[in-house]
Design a protein around this ligand. Structure first.
Ligand SMILES: [Zn+2]
Length: 139
């Protein structure tokens, strides 16, 4: 039992884990499920970003500023694991997936927006928050 004490099941960079309290429970559920999946594969899910301000020069979509996305680091993951991860969660949570500019549903986007390749996990706009990054923590 003691081996579980102080265990980190997932991490959020810069200590921004508290951003998740402004995210819809669906997003938290998906993050938790992904963390469990990683644990079962001897990995720790590392979220690098949840809420970001508009006009940060990185995000093309508004999913981060409306608290309906998080990024996952794939550092150290092989392409087989990455592809299985995308397929498994993309199918499991397809009903919650965001709709991209071309009208297609996509829960996970594997891309590089300037800070290295990562997985962008995004849910539908009906789960968006009206939180403003500038007032985060003042709620
Ligand atoms: Zn992202």
């Amino acid at each position: 039992m003691s081996q579980y004490f102080n265990r980190k099941y997932f991490t959020v960079d810069d200590g921004k884990i508290w951003h998740l309290q402004y995210a819809h429970p669906v997003l938290c559920l998906i993050l938790s499920d992904m963390a469990l999946y990683c644990i079962n594969n001897n990995k720790v899910l590392r979220a690098t970003s949840v809420i970001r301000p508009h006009g940060d020069g990185i995000s093309k979509s508004k999913t981060h500023q409306t608290a309906r996305a998080f990024d996952v680091s794939i550092k150290g993951w092989d392409i087989f694991f990455i592809n299985n991860f995308i397929d498994y969660f993309g199918e499991k949570y397809s009903e919650y997936a965001a709709v991209n500019y071309s009208g297609a549903k996509a829960l996970i986007v594997h891309h590089d927006s300037g800070f290295g390749p990562h997985l962008h996990v995004q849910i539908n706009s009906k789960y968006k928050s009206s939180i403003k990054y500038e007032t985060l923590g003042a709620q």
